[in-house]
Design a protein around this ligand. Structure first.
Ligand code: ADP
Ligand code: MG
Length: 252
């Protein structure tokens, strides 16, 4: 199994959209029963991209002491989805307490969930440092850091880099790449920041960026991954290429 963590310091950069859309693009290539998404963000938004229900979910199931296999929902896009689920404040606190006490909890849970040796699991987490991010970092094979080509995202790079450096003491073998999202080459500032980031981060930026494309928002409104909603749009093309690049990077 390969575990990919989708992270960022800032919210609203497109972590959840990228997780969902990339998963659907991976499943379109790899076929059924190979790709799963796990929502570890209490916002509980990931399931919306697949049009599946979120009553049960990772949080409640964990607090009850059950394994996750019973709460994973099969979507019509060949992606298995585990929503964060609707949870009370006390359930969320109990879940976070559990995660803070056992650094290897997520890795073990994913092993036990029966997602298959050949499976690819994408995990969405809240922005910034959290118990969820720590868990993902402890078991991931690859971390994708989503950035916008704007000053706000640019400003977060030093803290993300120093955090990755600290974490690399524990996991020196862990790979991480930055992914630029909502790139718009018609905007001067967007173009300038893209170049600045590429100059600064070099090969640490994935070679494919995701362009700004209104159909990403529309697809969400229709509760579909963008690759299903608008397969020939720019964002879908970018995401399909990113998925192919990922498959190459995950291959041993
Ligand atoms: N490439 C894109 N083009 C246009 N809109 C996008 C793109 N990626 C994400 N969005 C929109 O940006 C908003 C924030 O995305 P979201 O995935 O929820 O971010 P995060 O999970 O980082 O908070 C959503 O409305 C989403 O539809
Ligand atoms: Mg999100």
């Amino acid at each position: 199994m390969s575990i990919i963590g989708i992270v960022s310091m800032k919210g609203g950069v497109g972590k959840t959209s990228t997780t969902a859309n990339l998963a659907a693009a991976l499943a379109a290539v790899l076929g059924p029963n190979r790709v799963s998404v796990i929502d570890l963000d209490p916002q509980d938004a990931l399931h919306w991209h697949f049009g599946v229900d979120s009553k049960a979910g990772a949080c409640k199931q964990a607090v009850r002491g059950g394994d996750w296999s019973g709460a994973i929902v099969e979507s019509q896009y060949d992606v298995q989805c585990l929503p964060y689920g609707r949870a009370s404040e006390s359930e969320r606190e109990a879940f976070e307490e559990l995660l803070s006490q056992d650094a290897g909890w997520l890795g073990q849970q994913l092993e036990d969930a029966g997602l298959g040796d050949e499976g690819i699991v994408l995990v969405d987490v809240p922005p910034g440092p959290s118990v969820y991010l720590k868990q993902v970092f402890a078991c991931a094979d690859l971390i994708l850091i989503v950035l916008l080509a704007d000053a706000g995202s640019y400003a977060t790079v030093p803290s993300m880099e120093s955090w990755l450096k600290d974490m690399s003491v524990l996991r020196p073998e862990l790979n991480s790449f930055y992914v630029l999202n909502q790139v718009d080459r018609t905007q001067v500032l967007n173009r300038d920041v893209t170049e600045l980031l590429q100059g600064h981060l070099g090969a640490r930026i994935a070679p494919i960026c995701i362009h700004h494309d209104e159909v990403v928002r529309e697809a969400l409104a229709f509760r579909q991954p963008v690759v299903a909603y608008a397969p020939h749009g720019q964002a879908s093309k970018d995401i399909a290429q990113l998925a192919a690049w990922l498959i190459d990077n995950l291959s041993p």
